[in-house]
Design a protein around this ligand. Structure first.
Ligand SMILES: Cc1ncc(COP(=O)(O)O)c(C=O)c1O
Length: 351
């Protein structure tokens, strides 16, 4: 996307093809989009946060849209200096804080109690004011929304609920840059599109972007949504046929996916466009982190969840290999959506 190209530190992130892993798993190819370094941060989330912030400014000040080349030029035109607000379990909040810095603004970020100190330090390193909320992620989102209104700030949230939809749509749009890059990278290598795509789900914004992209193609892959067993709010919602909560506290180490409820705008897209769901405990994600490490990919707890789910699906106890036609002709796409975001935990798992 043209906007992201104009940001400092923009570079297409790597798309690895892991042939030895594909052989080990008995599939044709395994591609991994590696988001361990995206626009200077260790996760993909800044794609959504930066685009949503920019679009919010464009709506407030349409005169800003044209005639800027660098973000500094754009920042110099912002005269009302609103504070950016967000709630997070780590990555989105840091992305909003970094975006605020790029735009020359201040930010306030709310995290649920229990958030790892390393993640809080990461957000604070972007000059954000961090507040710890005594409750779950959804509780932190509610407080960020309230404070943004009280302070006439801008709430940039990767989630939606009745009355908060437009900004969340911008966030989803922002993620599409990743899929455009993958298309281009596959084209450059004369590779065809994936046959299977596994996507991590928190509240579903990222999966929404993935589904929109791949469902617009002529040859559509099988798309599998991956959630922690203890926070499978999309799986529960699709089963129930309506938005359903997976009440906390959520204890999975895959903290990016510890969400109570689906994003309002993304639920119908996921309900219609997802072929199946896999909910996993922490163990396979740990094993996936170690496997990625052996392939020289630094992948955090949530980042490795897609491979963790694939391991579960291909295990002898599962019939997913047969049901989803995962065989020597399959080209599986995984997203390693984050790098090392909690170094202590990473070391403990990698050993
Ligand atoms: C690294 C990582 N991967 C995946 C997700 C899930 O994204 P979403 O909440 O849009 O479903 C998150 C959410 O924060 C995340 O931080």
């Amino acid at each position: 996307m043209e906007f992201h190209r104009r940001l400092p530190a923009y570079a297409t992130t790597p798309l690895h093809s892991l042939s030895s892993l594909a052989e080990e798993l008995g599939v044709g190819k395994v591609f991994v989009k590696d988001e361990s370094f995206r626009l200077g941060l260790p996760a993909f989330k800044i794609l959504g946060a930066s685009w949503a912030t920019y679009r919010e400014f464009c709506e407030r000040h349409p005169e800003l849209v044209h005639g800027w080349l660098t973000i500094d030029e754009l920042a110099a035109r912002i005269y009302d200096s609103p504070v950016l607000f967000a709630a997070t379990d780590g990555n989105h909040g840091r992305a909003v804080a970094r975006t605020a810095r790029l735009f020359g603004l201040r930010s306030r970020v709310f995290v649920p109690k229990g958030t790892a100190q390393a993640r809080i330090a990461g957000i604070e390193s972007e000059s954000a004011a961090v507040s710890i909320v005594d409750g779950t992620y959804d509780h932190a989102v509610a407080i960020a929304a309230r404070e943004a209104v009280a302070c006439s700030g801008i709430h940039i949230q990767d989630n939606s609920w009745p009355g908060y939809e437009k900004t969340a749509r911008f966030v989803v749009e922002g993620y599409s840059t990743m899929m455009w890059e993958i298309d281009q990278q596959l084209r450059e290598r004369n590779e065809t599109d994936p046959t299977h795509v596994l996507v991590q789900i928190g509240n579903g914004s990222f999966a929404d972007a993935v589904i929109r992209h791949y469902r617009a193609k002529e040859h559509q892959p099988i798309i599998v949504g991956v959630e922690p067993e203890s926070a499978a709010c999309l799986l529960e919602s699709v089963k129930a046929g309506k938005m359903t909560k997976a009440p906390g506290p959520h204890c999975s180490m895959m903290v990016g996916m510890n969400c109570d409820s689906p994003s309002l705008i993304s639920f119908p897209i996921i309900r219609q466009g997802m072929n199946c769901f896999v909910s996993i405990p922490d163990e396979p994600a740990k094993e996936a982190m170690r496997m990625f490490k052996r392939c020289n990919i630094s992948s955090g707890e949530t980042g490795a969840a897609g491979l963790g789910a694939l391991l579960e699906m291909l295990s002898d106890d599962s019939d997913a290999r047969k049901r989803l036609a995962l065989d020597a002709d399959s080209r599986v796409l995984l997203f390693s959506t984050e790098g090392i975001t909690d170094p202590e935990m990473y070391q403990r798992i990698i050993g």
